[in-house]
Design a protein. Structure first.
Length: 177
């Protein structure tokens, strides 16, 4: 099973500002509606594992549900998803290893791991295989950091970098084994 991260950060490494907001992600002019590689990425995964905060943020968007694959929400506090999303998302709990085992038993092979806390848990467990990190040219100064503390360094190999909309730098990394 492969576990992938696809996420945007500020120049100073934050995925949300100090008010836990992500509206700064829309500060780049995007007249063509470029999805900055997301549709190509999502075509390669068969399920999404996301944290509760990320789920609640996405569920609050004023648009159709954006994911074409099943979503598993990792939470110890949520007991159910909103009725309108019961066919699209369900709740799981456990360690990163237990979650991967549960999803492997269901036949899922390529997971998209989303949400700051969840990504950090998977990293600490050594379970992230590939990361695509898109950096926007903004300094937030504080907020939710993408990376937390590790007990030891983790090495990744750079695969490629692309620039979108003349402003967003997206780099792809593979975990070194």
């Amino acid at each position: 099973m492969k576990k992938h991260v696809f996420i945007a950060t500020s120049l100073d490494g934050y995925i949300a500002d100090s008010n836990n907001q992500i509206d700064w992600l829309h500060d780049i002019d995007n007249p063509t509606g470029d999805d900055c590689g997301f549709s190509q990425f999502i075509a390669g995964v068969d399920a999404i594992v996301m944290g509760r905060n990320t789920f609640e943020t996405v569920a609050g968007f004023d648009c159709e549900w954006p994911y074409p694959v099943p979503v598993f929400v990792c939470s110890r506090s949520l007991t159910h998803v909103p009725d309108e999303l019961t066919e699209k998302a369900c709740i799981l709990s456990g360690t990163a290893e237990e979650i991967c085992q549960q999803l492997a038993l269901q036949g899922f092979d390529n997971l998209y791991v989303d949400g700051g806390n969840l990504i950090q848990q998977f990293l600490r467990a050594g379970l992230i295989d590939e990361m695509t990190i898109s950096t926007l040219p903004i300094l937030l100064g504080a907020g939710t950091s993408l990376f937390g503390e590790l007990t030891e360094p983790m090495k990744f190999r750079h695969i490629k970098t692309q620039c979108y909309l003349g402003a967003i730098v997206s780099s792809q990394y593979l975990k070194e084994t």
